[in-house]
Design a protein around this ligand. Structure first.
Ligand SMILES: Cc1cc2nc3c(=O)[nH]c(=O)nc-3n(C[C@H](O)[C@H](O)[C@H](O)COP(=O)(O)OP(=O)(O)OC[C@H]3O[C@@H](n4cnc5c(N)ncnc54)[C@H](O)[C@@H]3O)c2cc1C
Length: 296
């Protein structure tokens, strides 16, 4: 199919993009990498009157590490491929680099952007999952000004977010990893490059005895959006064995209820999520204590 007619506009500056969004509101769509939007246009699931291309806007590009706040700022237009290769991301948010390798195929990773993946809000997308585990904050701009949104408050459900039609995600702020902290993502997809049936991410910090003192876990593909797992986090306090990790991951079962669909039954996804969470915690733990041993 071909898209419904629309007017294509390339924003000259960020202010220009924001002004147009303010003026056209719900009649406009922002074009970033186009990897999700173009299929939607072609299937006529989206029929905007205006397409505002924000590619190349300097305020939405670049990666910056602030040693004072110990936070990494990643521009919304950063492509998935850059997430894999950027030295500052590899150093300060390696989980983001690790997640990007699971996204689609090379052509998709070469065009798709960080901000596009977050705004599209696919429940199985890797980037919202790991940004949730990393406790990230989104920087959002509109004609009226800038504000920050903790990622945990951003998603409303399947492909739905709190972003207003006149707002743009310009960047993501990711806290640097504390010392003695490990991270991991684990996912299962039927074929390489497919969206995952389920996924899990874990960030854990240990004390000098190798006991977990802090954990931030997230699950993907098993709820309308990436979710944090407070019960898993709580039960990881004091954990240090594979048995502890597995018991903590079991907590997921109590608060996810994935529906059956063409890809898998809800029960299968639930079991998968627990197994993937155990793996992610195990690998994050191994990294935190500095061993190469796989704990799962
Ligand atoms: C075959 C295929 C396989 C894929 N596999 C995976 C996968 O395994 N995992 C995965 O996570 N993704 C996958 N994707 C999706 C891919 O990651 C997309 O790049 C991503 O979801 C959207 O990013 P984009 O930059 O292409 O956004 P676009 O397609 O340009 O935009 C998507 C939506 O976000 C809005 N938007 C874009 N940028 C902003 C912004 N800065 N502020 C506000 N709104 C914005 C747009 O208006 C639009 O509504 C796949 C895509 C394809 C085609």
């Amino acid at each position: 199919m071909k898209p419904a007619p629309f007017t294509y506009v390339r924003a000259a500056t960020l202010d220009d993009a924001l002004l147009k969004l303010q003026e056209w509101g719900e009649e406009a769509k922002v074009l970033a990498g186009g990897q999700s939007l173009m299929p939607l246009l072609n299937m006529r699931l989206a029929q905007p009157r205006y397409l505002i291309d924000v590619n190349g806007l300097p305020e939405m590009t670049g990666v910056d590490w602030c040693s004072e706040t110990q936070a990494l700022t990643v521009g919304a237009l950063t492509r998935h491929r850059e997430l894999l290769q950027h030295p500052l991301i590899e150093t300060h948010a390696p989980l983001l680099s690790e997640a990007a390798q699971y996204i689609g195929h090379l052509a998709i990773r070469s065009r798709g952007t960080l901000g596009g993946s977050i705004a599209h809000a696919d429940p199985a997308a890797e980037l919202p999952l790991v940004l949730t585990a990393l406790d990230s904050t989104l920087i959002v701009r509109s004609f009226e000004g800038e504000h920050s949104i903790p990622i945990g408050d951003f998603f409303l459900g399947y492909y739905m977010t709190i972003l207003e039609p006149n707002e743009l995600i310009t960047a993501v702020k990711i806290p640097g990893l504390a010392s003695n902290t490990g991270y991991a993502i684990s996912e299962f997809a039927r074929r390489h490059g497919d969206f995952a049936l389920a996924s899990a991410a874990a960030v854990v910090t240990v004390d000098e005895r190798g006991t977990i003192t802090k954990a931030q876990c997230a699950a993907g593909g098993v709820a309308p959006n990436a979710i944090t797992c407070p019960a898993v986090n709580d039960s990881l306090q004091g954990a240090r064995t594979l048995r502890d990790f597995s018991q903590a991951a079991q907590q997921l079962e109590n608060f996810i209820d994935p529906p059956d669909d063409l890809q898998a039954s809800g029960d299968y996804r639930r079991c998968l999520a627990v197994e993937l969470m155990t793996q992610a915690i195990g690998q994050a733990y191994a990294r935190a204590v500095g061993t190469k041993e796989a704990w799962a």
